[in-house]
Design a protein around this ligand. Structure first.
Ligand code: NAP
Length: 488
């Protein structure tokens, strides 16, 4: 049931397309529904962008590109800084909205507002630090000037699991670099991006710099944009399956791409680990966002000497979590995003059990409305269980044991993915050795959550291309130009 405070927030929300600084209906007049995953009830509807609307958004981005690139970096930075402050000032609205459309519990949603807003602050500071260089050629005969220029109009496609942070992680560096954008939010969670567009409008981001086109026809709306030679960059966060298709499409125009794709994170607990810290980290790495995170620990490899204790203690922590609608006081874990998401988790757990895994706690969906799944610990998961090779995207911790560091490394690397790994150990030499041995773009040592706007986020292997955040994040939106100067 929708409460009064929720109804009044929904009543004031923009639900149109945001193109060229104006809110519009879809050219076809059609709209699509956004549902609450905790109740499966409709929250509201939003305008459904057609391919023509998407093209109008690109037209606006192309028209605004030259003047935005010429806008002083300090001015671009200060607009981002104002946006940061405006988002923080509306933390309650953003948090409630994300809880409503995506399901995560309110305290987590508030955490995402802080994390997502931080990209605006970070890149407001990076806007004025875009540098180049001027050097003498080794033979002394000429000078080498290297300069950085904005890539140009960008298409930014975001997933549903972090509705604010995945948008700000792309929009902030694009704007800081001097690029204009067309943003295609996930159809399941477009409301947060629309509210963010309203904030950008209010703080004075010029018309055409950010355009937002929610659509129920992702491929039909974005395909023509990717094929349009005026588009200069595609940044995508989502599944590896869709990312692969988009890379294929992007190859026609040799489009610059950034791909933040799926993960299959190993969480390794060595026999010398501080077990209290490992349990704390495991709870965070597994249950953050109800396990619906690309960084979620997906495979727990625990040394056989400590595996039983680890499983029992993790199960006790999972059992203490309250599952419910994320807006309710005291709820720790909300629902999964939709029926398909919940059914996938059910199928993976059932497959593991069929192959011999033991359910230490949980192991089933919750009955009733909404897409809830019990926090689950599985022990003795055999290597051929699908759950070890698929991204679970749910609150399930499958545990497997190992005996040696070599075995743990081989298990961890035995996947096509390479986004993030976690390692718990107190051995200083191992802490230095392990980063060189693990095939992942990121590694948490004695830490279960390492995402940070000041650090480069991204994967290797089929987890993606490019980095978001850190000093590296803005480079994704800059071209390098070399000018050779002779005749001096
Ligand atoms: P998804 O199904 O791949 O969708 C991601 C986005 O792509 C959505 O906006 C979606 O639109 C759009 N899309 C789908 N098919 C498309 C097509 N043919 N052409 C253009 N756009 C298309 O992924 P998801 O289920 O939303 O998100 C979960 C996945 O994202 C997981 O695999 C997770 O690991 C990954 N992820 C990665 C990172 C990272 O930084 N590496 C961060 C967060 C999530 P619709 O909503 O309309 O389908």
């Amino acid at each position: 049931m929708i409460m009064e405070i929720e109804r009044s927030l929904l009543a004031t929300l923009p639900t149109g397309l945001y193109i060229d600084g104006r809110w519009r209906d879809s050219s076809t007049g059609s709209r699509f529904a956004v549902d609450d995953p905790a109740t499966a009830e409709e929250l509201t509807t939003v305008a459904d962008a057609s391919p023509d609307d998407a093209r109008a958004a690109l037209d606006a981005a192309v028209a605004a590109q030259e003047s935005w690139a010429a806008t002083p970096p300090r001015v671009r930075g200060e607009l981002l800084r104002k946006a940061y402050e405006a988002v923080i000032a509306r933390v309650d609205d953003f948090a409630l909205l994300m809880t409503l459309e995506m399901g995560k519990a309110l305290p987590e949603a508030r955490g995402e507002v802080a994390y997502g807003a931080e990209f605006l602050r970070w890149f407001s500071e990076e806007a004025v630090r875009i540098d180049g260089r001027y050097t003498t050629a080794p033979d002394g005969a000429s000078r080498l000037l290297v300069l950085k220029k904005p890539v140009g109009p960008c298409l930014l496609i975001t997933p549903w699991n972090f509705p604010l942070a995945m948008a700000t992680r792309k929009i902030a560096p694009a704007l800081a670099a001097g690029c204009t954008t067309v943003v295609k939010p996930a159809a399941l969670t477009p409301l947060t991006t629309l509210l963010f567009a309203q904030i950008l409008d209010e703080v004075g981001v010029p018309a055409g710099v950010v355009n937002v086109v929610p659509t129920s026809g992702a491929g039909a709306a974005t395909g023509p944009l990717i094929a349009d030679p005026r588009l200069r960059k595609l940044s995508f966060t989502g599944s590896t399956e869709v990312g692969r298709k988009l890379l294929e499409q992007a190859s026609t125009n040799v489009l610059r791409t950034s791909m933040e794709l799926g993960g299959n994170a190993p969480f390794i607990v060595f026999e010398d680990a501080d077990l209290d810290a490992a349990i704390e980290g495991a709870v965070a790495a597994k249950l953050r966002n109800v396990g619906e995170a690309c960084t979620a620990a997906n495979r727990f490899y625990v040394h056989e000497d400590v595996a039983d204790e680890f499983a029992q203690r993790l199960a006790a922590r999972f059992e203490a979590k309250r599952v419910g609608r994320g807006t309710e006081d005291g709820v720790d874990l909300g629902p999964l995003i939709d029926e398909a998401g919940r059914d996938k988790v059910t199928a993976l757990v059932d497959d593991a059990v069929r192959r011999g895994a033991t359910v230490v706690t949980g192991g089933a969906a919750l009955p009733g409305a909404g897409w809830f799944y019990r926090p689950t610990v599985l022990a003795g998961v055999p290597e051929d269980a699908e759950i070890l090779s698929e991204e679970i995207f749910g609150p399930v911790a499958p545990i497997t044991t190992f005996r040696s560091e070599d075995e743990a490394v081989a298990l961890a690397n035995g996947t096509d993915f390479g986004l993030i790994s976690y390692v718990y150990t107190r051995d200083a030499a191992r802490m230095l050795r392990i980063p060189e041995r693990l095939e992942s773009g990121m590694l948490g040592i004695n830490s279960g959550v390492i995402s940070n706007p000041a650090a480069p986020f991204g994967g290797v292997k089929q987890s993606g291309l490019g980095r978001e955040g850190g000093h590296e994040g803005i480079d994704e939106y800059l071209e390098t130009m070399y000018v050779g100067i002779g005749g001096l």
